[in-house]
Design a protein around this ligand. Sequence first.
Ligand SMILES: Nc1nc2c(c(=O)[nH]1)N(C=O)[C@@H](CNc1ccc(C(=O)N[C@@H](CCC(=O)O)C(=O)O)cc1)CN2
Ligand SMILES: Nc1ncnc2c1ncn2[C@@H]1O[C@H](COP(=O)(O)OP(=O)(O)OP(=O)(O)O)[C@@H](O)[C@H]1O
Length: 202
Amino acid sequence: MRQELRAELRERRRSLSPTERIRAANDVAASLLSLPFAPQSGYVAGYWSTDGELALHAWLLGLPSNVIPCLPVLAPGKTLRFAPYFAGDPLQHNRFGIPEPVYSESSLLTAQDMQLVVMPLVGFDDEGNRLGMGGGFYDRTFAFRTAPDNAPPPPWLVGVGYDVQAVSVGTFNVEPWDVRPDAICTPTRQLLVRSTANSFSH
Ligand SMILES: Nc1nc2c(c(=O)[nH]1)N(C=O)[C@@H](CNc1ccc(C(=O)N[C@@H](CCC(=O)O)C(=O)O)cc1)CN2
Ligand SMILES: Nc1ncnc2c1ncn2[C@@H]1O[C@H](COP(=O)(O)OP(=O)(O)OP(=O)(O)O)[C@@H](O)[C@H]1O
């Protein structure tokens, strides 16, 4: 069921016009930069948009100068690590054909090193539940944010997608391993699931 829904939602985001994409990238950048927990220093991670994903270049350009942007890198065990990336740095394709920075093992950063991570959405609902590409990469990488550890942020996790990726609550089942983002930003909405490090919301 998740697979059919993913196919439909991926098709929806691929079919948006260039004008809609440019506007969405600017609006989401403003939304991300205005989050109550937007970091002023440290490492943050975005993603290199593919398959119609909402592009993050406008957000990257607007980051405070003490913030170091990173991109996800495929790591052993179907997890992610992160490598600093600045415009113009060399890239290489991973096994999904998604560009990653050309990195040395020793320069890789872990999930715990990040202040904030933007996670691409395939779908989401009004309770802030997230549907991804289906690899479980983000879920595995940030499993320490869910039971039994329930570690508080950072990293703050923020889902990003277009408004057409919204579905009603119950359209997809939430699984025990699903990591719920702390916020979801779309071009028109900023859904705060949790906005302080101390408060747990359900
Ligand atoms: N831009 C971006 N980068 C990302 C992710 C993402 O969702 N978006 N990821 C988020 O997890 C990780 C990669 N996860 C992925 C999981 C599945 C597929 C994918 O295209 N699967 C194909 C078929 C599988 C295959 O080629 O073996 C498909 O579903 O059609 C791509 C990336 C890390 N980097
Ligand atoms: N913490 C975990 N430990 C082991 N396996 C996991 C974990 N989290 C997810 N998985 C596995 O990953 C698979 C895909 O999970 P799911 O459908 O939730 O992916 P997704 O959140 O859509 O993808 P992604 O996180 O890559 O964007 C599931 O079959 C699940 O068994």
